[in-house]
Design a protein around this ligand. Sequence first.
Ligand code: DMJ
Length: 467
Amino acid sequence: FSLNQHYNPAFVSLQMMKHAWDNYKRYAWGLNELKPISKQGHSSNLFGNIQGATIVDALDTLYIMEMKEEFKEAKEWVEKNLDFNVNAEISVFEVNIRFVGGLLSAYYLSGEEVFRKKAVELGEKLLPAFNTPTGIPWALLNIKSGIGRNWPWASGGSSILAEFGTLHLEFVHLSHLSGNPVFAEKVMNIRKVLNRLDKPEGLYPNYLNPSSGQWGQHHVSIGGLGDSFYEYLLKAWLMSDKTDEEGKKMYYDAVQAIETHLIRKSSGGLTYIAEWKGGLLEHKMGHLTCFAGGMFALGADGAPNDKTGHHIELGAEIARTCHESYDRTSMKLGPEAFRFDGGVEAIATRQNEKYYILRPEVIETYMYMWRLTHDPKYRQWGWEAVEALEKHCRVDGGYSGIRDVYNNHESHDDVQQSFFLSETLKYLYLLFSEDDLLPFEHWVFNTEAHPLPVLRKDDGNKEENQK
Ligand code: DMJ
């Protein structure tokens, strides 16, 4: 492919979705994910034995791409088979962003009652996770017994910032759609606990103990373990029709601290976001961190002290750095993490950081930067990613992640992640579509790319179906 008159890039993204979906349907229908090489189902323990992650995650992408037949069969599967009355220990965060988020978007886009009902039913199942002394939820929950616990590896029995901090958008909508304030109360209480605590240098550590209400290790990251907490502060404000002043303040204060303590420029002129460990910087940036380019640009409009231009510029610089992390590999797909030390810039140096698992964050940032600046380079970069995905990740049985993007020969990991359909392909499609498809004035995307409508301050209902 090349980005010229021969191909319509939005149509190509749709064809990619068709290939991913058709193969999931053929080989793994009803199971969580597809193994595209072995052509069978893949189940991740993140969802316990809740089934159908790919179906629920893909619903809104199918709808937006007008894949009507596929949407209909997915809806029928949800009606008949999606069952939360199972004895399953699940990740509260993963189930919220993929299942609750996916069902909410499917409801708002299609107006089909079944999605609203299932979202609220699942939301109710998640409520026991908040039964801790502080109300900071557990990471893991058995949705039958209601017993929660934290990841055994988390510092001092802590809950994780990016997990308990990424429930807000969905839970506000659950209250809106159910008329039950309990969901919104639970997430507002998380804010209250956070605001009572002293923050080192104004930064939020990734670990917080739900019993003592004290921070665990002082590790700060805008990538894994921290990322979507910051995203949800900004988006909570945007989704509230800019009435949630608390969310707004927390977001811009956090960005200020991040700029002072974590954002650095390499000697080659690349801006990156480092990780902070008790005051020391690790000069490493994760693929996950690349979402922040889009976040800074999305938040530019409300930035205090005339900093709008500065936040757009920051977004553009992160987008450029993340593009470099792709461009400096043989496959033109980015590694899981890249470093700015030991003489390298934007390159993975450790073998266990060289993989690419079909993640969306870099393409997500291109999409935001394109919508907010209309600089054609973002579409060009998105197209480069399409070419690389087609060349290296596409296999007969779907799309697979890659073990080493610096190698010339693909070693496939044999997993088609559900977020490839919900995020990567949706963001590509939006990047190549007109701005009036899911316009930012009306929709915010949850961290799994599920669009949720802005709740208008002057009208409780009109926000529905504003596609
Ligand atoms: C997705 O589930 C979400 O984007 C989440 O915020 C981070 N990890 C994956 C994609 O990389």
